[in-house]
Design a protein around this ligand. Structure first.
Ligand code: NAD
Length: 495
């Protein structure tokens, strides 16, 4: 049954019309009026719809972004002016947090309480964080060593120009904020493409950007298909950079698409993040945290702790307690206050999650709980714990992106590190131990972009995050996140 009656009037009003996409300062529908239904994954029903951008719309958005990048309507504002606009965006997100959170739940299958309490405020904080960078842009002075001639040298950092940003559906609002805030702080003009499975909160964010004073043309938001809008942005010669977050498979396709004009490319891709639990860890804290690391957002999190490795002495205890927590989760729609495990984003995604579990059963594993799709409406999948003695298992090797965790024993720290690094991915990891020396040693030995010790999945805007190996290229957050959108230019002045 539709959950629309449970949301605010403002959200219902927002959903009552086909949402247009944004080009410059114009909200428009596609030629021919093609649209995509927004499906609530908790019911499988359409809760709204949005226009689907076509080829002509992409061309128009790129032309306007190019014009905006050339005439400096955004990049030539003073740093303080840009800062103030970004700060206003943050305030408007806070003011609109109920509608934004409701849209994330209805369209993206999220749980309402954590979305309203953490994710929407985090999106606002992302704009505040990068607002601060506007007045602190990097630059360097040098004294060149040219024999017999004196030079004054400096490096200035300039906006890359027109940026195409392509984001996934899991946490659409936060993903959009992580992309837009640093690019706008750097002075770029942006065309953002949300994922077709979770678009509505991003279109709403577009309204807030204009209201905050982002000049028309500095941001366009094109709802539509990846194969058309995303692909065209990646191939277009007037786009200077693509910033992509999504699957490793599509990331690899983009390598081909961007080669026409060798545009800059940054990639935030898949993960298969290990959680290493040593016998000396505070297990009262570590095991529930390991459960949270994989089951929050139903495992649809890039840094989800999908591989737990437990020291042999505590292996049985970790399996039992994880299974107990998994079984106690209340599967249900994100807008129901009782729910602690929401749906997967689509029927197709649930089928792919179940396929990996099914293939893992025949690889000598033990499914300790869950493992069968939930009957009835919605795309629910139960929290699933799989015990395994070796790593040659699909659920250990492949990114599941669902509430499925494997648990494997290890004998000593060296073998724990080998297990952790036995993956094509290298996005994140956590280590649970009371031994500080071991924590530092493992932090150096594990190949991943971020390591949490005695915690997992804590987002921190001041610290870079991104992938080793096939988890990506480049880092978001912090100064590194800003540098993705800047070109270095050396200037040598002969004195
Ligand atoms: P996806 O790769 O299927 O889609 C991501 C985006 O790319 C969507 O907007 C989609 O429309 C677009 N797209 C699809 N085909 C395209 C093409 N040929 N050219 C250009 N764009 C195209 O990923 P998804 O299923 O939406 O998201 C899940 C994946 O995202 C997981 O692998 C997850 O690990 C990853 N992810 C990574 C991070 C990170 O920070 N590393 C964060 C969140 C999600």
């Amino acid at each position: 049954m539709s959950r629309l009656h449970t949301v605010s009037d403002a959200t219902r009003r927002y959903l009552s019309t086909t949402r247009p996409f944004l080009i410059g300062d114009r909200w428009q529908g596609a030629d021919g009026g093609t649209h995509i239904d927004a499906i609530d994954p908790a019911t499988g029903e359409a809760i709204g719809r949005f226009h689907e951008a076509q080829q002509a719309d992409v061309l128009q958005a790129v032309a306007i972004a190019r014009q905006s990048a050339e005439d400096g309507r955004w990049s030539a504002l003073t740093p303080a002016q840009r800062q103030n606009v970004l700060w206003r965006v943050a305030d408007l997100i806070d003011a609109d947090s109920q509608t934004l959170a409701e849209l994330e739940c209805l369209d993206g299958g999220k749980l309402y309480a954590p979305t309203r309490q953490y994710e929407v405020p985090h999106a606002a904080e992302t704009f505040r964080y990068y607002a601060g960078w506007c007045t602190k842009m990097p630059g360097h002075l040098f004294q060149p060593s040219v024999p017999g001639v004196e030079f004054h040298g400096y490096v200035r950092y300039e906006p890359v120009g027109v940026v195409g940003q392509i984001i996934p559906w899991n946490g659409a609002l936060v993903a959009a904020a992580w992309k837009l805030a640093p690019a706008l702080a750097a002075g770029c003009s942006v065309i953002l493409k949300p994922a077709e499975w979770s678009t509505l909160s991003v279109l709403r964010l577009g309204e807030l950007l204009l209201e905050a004073g982002v000049p028309p043309g500095a941001v366009s938001i094109l709802s539509g298909k990846g194969r058309l809008v995303g692909q065209m942005l990646a191939e277009h010669p007037d786009v200077d950079k693509i910033a992509f977050t999504g699957s490793t498979a599509v990331g690899k396709q983009l390598l081909q698409a961007v080669q026409g004009n060798l545009k800059r490319l940054s990639l935030e891709l898949g993960g298969k993040s290990p959680t290493l639990i040593f016998a000396d860890a505070d297990l009262e804290e570590a095991i529930p945290a390991a459960a949270n690391a994989i089951f929050s957002n139903a495992g649809q999190v890039c840094v989800a702790g999908s591989r737990v490795y437990a020291e042999r002495a505590i292996y049985a205890q970790v399996c039992a307690r994880l299974s107990e927590i998994a079984s106690s989760l209340i599967v249900g729609p994100g807008l129901d206050a009782d729910s602690t495990l929401g749906p997967l984003i689509s029927a197709a995604h649930r089928a792919s999650v179940h396929d990996i579990v099914t293939r893992s059963r025949t690889a000598g594993t033990q499914v300790l709980c869950g493992g069968e799709p939930q009957a009835g409406v919605g795309f629910f999948y139960p929290a699933t714990v799989i015990g395994c003695e070796h790593g040659a298992v699909p659920a250990v090797q492949e990114e599941v992106f669902g509430p499925v965790v494997t648990v494997m024993p290890f004998e000593d720290a060296a073998r724990a590190v080998r297990h952790a690094n036995d993956s094509i991915y290298g996005l994140a990891a956590s280590v649970w131990t009371q031994n500080l020396s071991r924590a530092h040693t493992l932090a150096a030995q594990i190949k991943s972009g971020i390591i949490w010790v005695n915690s997992h999945g804590i987002p921190e805007l001041s610290m870079p995050i991104g992938g080793f190996k096939q988890s990506g290229w480049g880092r978001e957050h912090g100064e590194e996140g800003l540098m993705l959108y800047l070109e270095a230019k050396s200037v040598m002045i002969r004195l």
